[in-house]
Every structure is written in structure tokens, then in C-alpha cells.
Design a protein. Structure first.
Ligand code: TXA
Ligand code: MG
Length: 308
């Protein structure tokens, strides 16, 4: 599909929805200041409740117009933006990111995505863009254009094809409202990378407390999922990691060399492929919890219906 940035911007301006590629996952984007457009996003996703959305901006300067970012937050933004980091901070301009987009909270989640098409749209639009992942509620996030169109394409006025998402996992969400940094959702920037810039990060309390959008069953394929399986059953679809332990059809190796970045980029697309296979259930290999492995294992636990 032709990447029509102007068409996408016009759609946002009239309150319509847009499939927007980012480096993490595809987003279902709308004008963050337009409550009717935000309501249409919730309806298109079939979210069971109104969870707050991330406001996407071009960078730190634009973020400072809507969020009260302290010195520590600015350091994080300077280190990781544009990129897969979302900061949750007190809202300054409640008209630019409407109440419904924030689910009535007095905080706002803000990030500057690192994808040329997302950046072009944000620059031309000039205002924050609310964009949850473009999947229907509870399903794996789309990391390929065709997956995004399959999930929510029927609800949009424009869809930009940005190719496969480079990171493949959603952004890391860090809360700054208190004295300390809180990891509300592990994601594309690892905890180690954040701690190297800003000091210790506490793991989020119960998901419901800090980041209301996090459900126990989320990112889920339709088929049952069994985790940490080193010796896979021949009857299952298998997502491997590292040197192959099983070959043949219905095996997808997230990274034969054991590279966590490669595994992250493949995760959701392979989960979808395994879900489309003839097997009755899916098994996944053990994956180390270091670096991006923390976020990969978080998504897999939720996809299997286990609380994180
Ligand atoms: O990589 C990403 O973050 C993607 C791309 C499209 O940017 N977006 C994404 O959005 O994953 P979504 O809506 O699927 O997840 C947003 C997460 C949810 O867990 C939500 O609860 C949390 O951010 N969140 C948003 N606003 C918040 C707030 N004010 N306080 C705490 N958590 C918040
Ligand atoms: Mg999501």
C-alpha cells in the first residue's frame, strides 16, 4: 500500500482512525484531544474497560507541553527518545490529551516513537496522537502490516504500511509520579538500560494499581499455550529459542542463535503463525529473563493467562 502520510494526517484531523506503524508494534492512532475519536479507538479494539492510552509526540519539547517531566525523566527521554520508552507523569495540558484517553487519571503516558512514518505523521499533525496497539483487545499485538489490517483495518480511514516492526515488543512503561521510578510494563528498552541512566527501578505493584491496561490474559493466541517446554511434544506447534531441539513443520525458532533482540522482533508474528497452524496447542521454549527476555517472558506469561 502507498504510504500516504498526508491522507493519514487528514484522517486524524477529522477525528478518524489510522493504522500507524511504529518501531515497537503497529498502533491504532487518533487525535488524543478528540474524545469522540478516542471513543472510536476503544470501540474498534473492543476494550472491556477504558484503559489509558499512550500519547505519541515528536520528542521532548512536545512532551514537556503536556507532561510534567522532572530532571530524571528528561534524562531518560534524552537517552531513549525517539524509541521504545513511555514515561507516565502528571498531566499539564488536559485538552491535548483528553480525559477519556487518560481514563480520567491526572497522569499521562507519553512517548516519541522511532519510525519514519510515525514521525512524519506526528510532525505534520502537530498535536499528540493517542495510539494503543492495533490489535483487538486481548490478542497479540500486530508487528506486520497485514496483521494490523486483519485486526482493526475495518475501523480505520487510512493505514500506513511501515514494514515489519523493528523491535516487535511494546514500549517499556516507566512511572514517575512518586519519588521513585516504577517499571509498569517491561518492553523494548531493558531494565538494565534504564537503570544505567536513572538509577534503580522498582517493579510495578499489582498491575491494576499502576498500569490499568494490564490484564492477566493478554496478547493471547486462540490456542492454549504451554511455557518453558524444553522437550516439545510432536503434536504441538513449537516456538523454539536457541539451537533447534525439534525440526519439521509447525516449528518456529524465535532465534536459532539465542539472540533476544531477534526473538523479540519475531515473537508476536510467530505466535500468530503458530495459532494458524493445524496443531491443537502451542508450546514455547524456555527463554532467559535477562535484557529483553524480561519483556518477552512477561508477554508469554500473559499470553498463557498467567498473572505476571
Ligand atoms: O509500544 C507501544 O507502547 C505501543 C505503540 C503503538 O506505541 N502502544 C501500546 O499501547 O502498547 P497500549 O494501549 O496497548 O498500552 C499502553 C499501556 C497500558 O498498559 C496502559 O495501562 C499504560 O500504557 N498506561 C497508559 N497511560 C497510563 C497512565 N496514565 N498511567 C499508567 N499506565 C498507563
Ligand atoms: Mg496493547
Amino acid at each position: 500500500m502507498h504510504a500516504d502520510v498526508d491522507g493519514a494526517v487528514r484522517a486524524l484531523q477529522r477525528g478518524a482512525l489510522v493504522i500507524l506503524p511504529t518501531e515497537t508494534v503497529y498502533g491504532l492512532a487518533c487525535d488524543a484531544g478528540n474524545p469522540r475519536a478516542v471513543a472510536a479507538v476503544f470501540a474498534a479494539k473492543g476494550r472491556p474497560q477504558f484503559n489509558p492510552l499512550i500519547a505519541h509526540v515528536t520528542g521532548l519539547e512536545a512532551a514537556l507541553r503536556i507532561a510534567a517531566l522532572d530532571a530524571r525523566a528528561r534524562r531518560l527521554a534524552e537517552a531513549f527518545w525517539p524509541g521504545p520508552l513511555t514515561l507516565v507523569a502528571p498531566i499539564i495540558d488536559a485538552s491535548a490529551v483528553c480525559d477519556l484517553a487518560r481514563a480520567g487519571l491526572d497522569t499521562v503516558a507519553v512517548r516519541a516513537p522511532d519510525h519514519p512514518l510515525a514521525r512524519a505523521v506526528l510532525e505534520a499533525f502537530g498535536e499528540p496522537v493517542a495510539a494503543p496497539s492495533a490489535n483487538r483487545s486481548g490478542r497479540p499485538s500486530p508487528t506486520r502490516f497485514a496483521d494490523a489490517v486483519e485486526e482493526t483495518g475495518a475501523s480505520v480511514a487510512a493505514a500506513l504500511d511501515g514494514g515489519p516492526c523493528r523491535i516487535g515488543l511494546e514500549s517499556t512503561v516507566v512511572g514517575l509520579a512518586q519519588d521513585e521510578l516504577v517499571l509498569l510494563r517491561p518492553g523494548g528498552v531493558s531494565r538494565d538500560e534504564i537503570e544505567a541512566v536513572a538509577g534503580p527501578v522498582r517493579r510495578g505493584l499489582g498491575e491494576a494499581a499502576g498500569s490499568p491496561g494490564r490484564l492477566a490474559r493478554h496478547y493471547a493466541p486462540a490456542k492454549p499455550l504451554r511455557l518453558d517446554v524444553a522437550a516439545p511434544s510432536a503434536a504441538a506447534a513449537y516456538l523454539g529459542f536457541g539451537p533447534p531441539v525439534r525440526c519439521g513443520p509447525e516449528v518456529w525458532n524465535l532465534s536459532p542463535t539465542g539472540d533476544l533482540q531477534e526473538a523479540a522482533a519475531n515473537l508476536f508474528a510467530f505466535l500468530r503463525a503458530a495459532d494458524r497452524s493445524a496443531a491443537a496447542w502451542i508450546e514455547t521454549a524456555p527463554i532467559p529473563s535477562t535484557g529483553l527476555g524480561e519483556a518477552i517472558n512477561d508477554r508469554l506469561r500473559r499470553a498463557a493467562g498467567h498473572v505476571g
